[in-house]
Design a protein. Structure first.
Length: 148
């Protein structure tokens, strides 16, 4: 019972982290879907340096005329929130790793419980079939990753 509760709590935490990171990322991007994307900064927006890589969209605040002080304040805010987002992603990765370990443990326990239903000869065949199924699934995943 305690294991099931822990698994549910981890699942809820992972979902909350995914939702929260999406929400924060949306705010960080601060994009307006009605603003047409820019493939290259225009000469009016460029500071003359060729060091900036072209961006495909603008932040909404870039549509306003800003003072240098406002730009500096916005830069600090973005750096701070980017740091927070990176920490959130790290927390999510750790929670996802913990979730996967819990998930794998439940699958293993389930398979072992089912195996014990069978007499020794069927139990051995069941485990062999599981190994074959796992191998095929791993090959399918590898092939899918190769296509990407």
């Amino acid at each position: 019972m305690e294991h099931a509760l822990r698994t549910k709590l981890v699942a809820v935490a992972v979902l909350a982290l995914v939702f929260g990171s999406g929400l924060l990322l949306g705010y960080a991007a601060d994009s307006d879907p009605l603003t047409p994307p820019l493939s290259v900064a225009t000469s009016a927006e460029s500071d003359g340096s060729d060091t900036e890589a072209p961006r495909t969209r603008r932040f909404v605040y870039e549509q306003l005329e800003r003072t240098p002080d406002q730009d500096a304040a916005i830069d600090v805010i973005i750096r701070t929130h980017r740091h927070m987002m990176n920490r959130l992603h790290q927390d999510f990765d750790e929670a996802q790793t913990e979730y996967q370990a819990s998930f794998d443990a439940v699958v293993f326990e389930t398979r072992e419980a089912i195996a014990l239903v069978f007499p020794p000869d069927q139990r051995e065949e069941y485990r062999h079939l599981l190994e074959e199924s796992d191998r095929r699934r791993a090959e399918d995943r590898a092939a899918e990753n190769d296509r990407k």
